[in-house]
Design a protein around this ligand. Structure first.
Ligand code: EPZ
Length: 431
């Protein structure tokens, strides 16, 4: 097992380059299953969720070639089975995209119930299932989700999502790409990764219109062909480095971003007294004065992203005054607050609201990463706290942040990943 040791309390200076977007990559890689031909996918982040997905594709017969640190070639011309075994699928939430992709191409999918980050509440997939059923699939849920399209091919349908769901929007797009007829998804999610998946599929011959708006129309085509596609930069990875600089102070140039995707995060940090300067594909972020309070409400895109909620709350913990954070997407995403309070933060959670009384500094401690973004928040907090902190359960962080240690060290952080034993882990849990 690995843990991070962070000697915090130093401002960050330098430049950091952002990797490809995790939540786009984990949809685009399964979407290669829809393509009879070679897909060259560029700007793929080196994170463990991607490694697992590539292993799953290989396991079911895809030819996967890792070309270099960012590019892979996936050829799903010959797939042996539409059954995805549990041992790998349960490792990540995004394995649900295998259902839409396999159903779309082969009219059949058997995929173990997805695992992934657990925020402490339920993560339902009823909207995905509703979409597949409307398109003529028979879907049974148990340890495995078993779905079969009537007549072996999905049929276009009108689907109104009861909740704005990123996963359901993308899964239905995949199931619809090769369907017979037109699928209309209403109340669709609009995140940058939705647009990225549509662009990927369109570049392989699909006909998808309206991605990035509330209504997406998928005109089913007979087949998709191979091609080359580069994944967009990761909005949340960039936002996390912005939060780190806001918390520690310093001056960092963040390279390789799409500024438009950063608008909501930039606006909040500016309200808090952080200087953010945007130029082409870079953001310069500077903070040397005090942080001031603000309120944050997470919402589907273009609102403030829920995947930045733990990191921004950590910055607000250091801001003068009382801030109110409202979680508008998930029922329960405050499990990390207990860890932050052990570092001296003063935060009270009431349902979906966190009331944050700013403190002048955080104190170092040994803390747990409960999930990916909670872990990122612990890194931000530890970087800001003067002294030595330890972060346990870092495998969650490495699911979604490429080379976080190397990148943070390159901007002056004192952070290292060290091995520790299972016994030490158990001792820490009970001690
Ligand atoms: C995606 O999860 C992301 N994961 C999450 O990021 C992110 O927090 C979330 O979108 C919201 O932006 C991936 O892309 C792999 P949803 P997803 O379906 O698709 C409810 C991270 O940290 N809902 O948009 O699973 C649900 O309970 C991860 O990178 C239903 O009720 O999220 C939630 O309240 C964690 N029924 C809301 O909708 C459904 O069938 C939004 O969920 C589906 C969702």
């Amino acid at each position: 097992m690995q843990k991070y040791i962070v000697r915090g309390g130093r401002p960050l200076y330098g430049e950091v380059r952002i990797s490809g977007a995790k939540n786009a990559a984990v949809a685009i890689i399964p979407a290669a299953l829809l393509v009879g031909g070679v897909c060259r996918i560029e700007n793929v982040p080196q994170i463990s969720d991607v490694t697992v997905l590539l292993k799953i594709l290989r396991q079911i017969g895809a030819n996967v070639r890792v070309l270099n640190t960012t590019d892979v070639e996936i050829d799903c011309t010959h797939i042996n089975t539409t059954r995805v075994p549990q041992e790998l699928a349960h490792k990540l939430r995004a394995s649900y995209y295998l259902i839409g992709a396999l159903l779309g191409r082969f009219g059949s999918a058997e995929v173990s119930m997805p695992g992934g980050c657990n925020f402490g509440g339920v993560r339902p997939i009823d909207q995905h299932v509703k979409g597949f059923a409307a398109m003529g699939a028979d879907v049974r849920e148990g340890d495995y989700i078993v779905a079969r399209a009537k007549g072996g091919r999905m049929k276009g349908a009108n689907i109104y999502l009861d909740v704005v769901s990123v996963g359901a929007t993308m899964n239905i797009m995949m199931a619809a790409a090769l369907a017979d007829g037109v699928t209309v998804i209403e109340n669709a999610a609009k995140e940058p990764h939705i647009v990225d998946l549509a662009n990927f599929l369109n570049s392989m011959g699909a006909n998808i219109k309206g991605a990035g708006t509330d209504t997406i129309r998928v005109f089913g085509v007979e087949a998709l062909h191979g091609g080359t596609y580069a994944i967009i930069p990761d909005q949340i990875e960039a936002g996390t480095y912005m939060a780190a600089v806001a918390a520690t102070g310093g001056d960092v140039l963040i390279r390789g971003i799409i500024p438009k995707h950063m608008d909501c995060i930039t606006a909040k940090l500016q309200e808090m007294g952080v200087e953010v300067e945007e130029k082409d594909d870079t953001l310069r972020i500077r903070r040397d004065g005090e942080l001031t309070r603000t309120n944050v409400k997470t919402l589907p895109y273009p609102g403030f992203p829920t995947d930045m909620q733990p990191q921004i709350t950590t910055v607000l913990a250091l801001a003068r005054g009382t801030s109110i954070v409202t979680e508008g997407v998930w029922d329960n995403r405050y499990r990390y607050v207990g860890e932050l309070t052990r570092m001296g933060a003063q935060i009270r959670v009431e349902g979906r609201t966190a009331i944050v009384e700013g403190v002048s500094h955080l104190t170092p401690a040994t803390v747990q990463a409960y999930d990916l973004r909670a872990g990122a928040a612990m890194v931000v907090a530890a970087l800001a706290a003067t002294g030595t902190s330890e972060i346990l359960n870092v495998q969650y962080i490495e699911r979604g942040y490429e080379d976080i240690i190397g990148k943070l060290r390159s901007i002056g952080a004192d952070i290292e990943s060290v091995e520790y034993s299972e016994e030490e882990f158990i001792q820490r849990q009970i001690g």
